[in-house]
Write a protein that binds this ligand. Structure first.
Ligand code: SAM
Length: 224
C-alpha cells in the first residue's frame, strides 16, 4: 500500500465528515482559520481543521472515550446552557454550521469572549441569562433539537429538568454532570446515581466517565 493510501486509512471521519480522528487527535472541520482557545489549525485538502482539545472540552473528551457520533447534524438547533467563553460552543458551531446555537451564559466576564466569537460566527446566538429562568430566554430560541448543559452548580439537575420541560421539542440531550458540585462530602458514585434518578422526561442512553481528560465530570447522553 502506498504511503498516501496508508495515511488516508488512518483518518476516521464521523458526523458527515465534520469531525476527524487522526491517531489520538480529534479535529472539527471549520470554515474559519481562527484559533479560539489556543488550539492549532491545519489545512487538509483545502479545508481548515481545528484541533479539539479533550482537556479543554468535555464533548471532545467524550469522543475520545468512545462516544461514537455526536448527535448534532448540520441543520440542527442547539440550546447550550453554560457556554462560558465558547470553547466547546465553537466546535458545535463547526458541526451545526447550517443550524443555530443558542448559547446561554450567566457570567459577564465569560460572556464578553462568547460575544466576540458570535460576532463573526453567524450561527451562534449568545444570551447573557440565568439558565434557572428559561422563560426569560425562550422568546429568542427557535425550536431546539437538542439541549446541551454544562453547569457545575448544586441544582444542575433541576436546571436541566426545567429547560427540558420548557423546550419539549428537544428530543435529545447531553448533560455534563459534576457530582462534587452537588455534594462535596458524599461518595461520587452515590451522588451520580441519585442525580440520574432525578432526571425527568428523558431516557438515559449513555454514561461516560470523562477520566483521564476531565476528573469528576460525567457525560450523559439522553433521548425522549
Ligand atoms: N461548556 C463550557 C465549555 O466546554 O467550553 C464550559 C462551561 S463551565 C464548566 C460552566 C459555565 O456555566 C460557567 O461559565 C458558568 O459561569 C456558567 N453558569 C453557572 N451557572 C449558570 C447559570 N445559572 N446559568 C447560565 N450559566 C451558568
Amino acid at each position: 500500500m502506498g504511503k498516501k493510501n496508508k495515511n488516508k486509512k488512518a483518518i476516521k471521519r464521523i458526523n458527515n465528515n465534520r469531525i476527524l480522528f487522526e491517531k489520538n487527535k480529534i479535529y472539527s472541520l471549520s470554515g474559519f482559520n481562527k484559533s479560539i482557545y489556543g488550539e492549532r489549525i491545519k489545512m487538509y485538502n483545502g479545508i481548515y481543521l481545528r484541533e479539539w482539545n479533550p482537556r479543554r472540552s468535555k464533548l471532545g473528551a467524550a469522543l475520545l472515550k468512545g462516544f461514537d457520533e455526536i448527535p448534532f447534524s448540520e441543520h440542527e438547533n442547539v440550546l447550550y446552557l453554560g457556554a462560558s467563553t465558547g470553547t466547546t460552543v465553537s466546535h458545535v458551531s463547526d458541526i451545526c454550521f447550517k443550524g443555530s446555537i443558542y448559547a446561554v451564559e450567566l457570567s459577564y466576564d465569560s460572556f464578553i469572549k462568547l460575544y466576540s466569537l458570535a460576532s463573526y460566527r453567524n450561527n451562534i446566538y449568545p444570551l447573557l441569562e440565568d439558565a434557572n429562568i428559561p422563560e426569560k430566554y425562550s422568546f429568542f430560541i427557535e425550536k431546539p433539537d437538542i439541549i446541551y448543559q454544562d453547569i457545575a452548580q448544586r441544582n444542575q439537575v433541576q436546571i436541566f429538568n426545567e429547560n427540558a420541560d420548557y423546550f419539549k421539542c428537544a428530543r435529545k440531550a447531553i448533560l455534563i454532570l459534576k457530582a462534587k458540585a452537588i455534594s462535596s462530602n458524599k461518595n461520587e458514585k452515590s451522588i451520580l446515581n441519585t442525580a440520574l434518578k432525578g432526571i425527568k422526561g428523558f431516557n438515559i442512553k449513555n454514561i461516560i466517565d470523562l477520566k483521564p481528560y476531565d476528573i469528576g465530570n460525567y457525560f450523559i447522553y439522553m433521548e425522549r
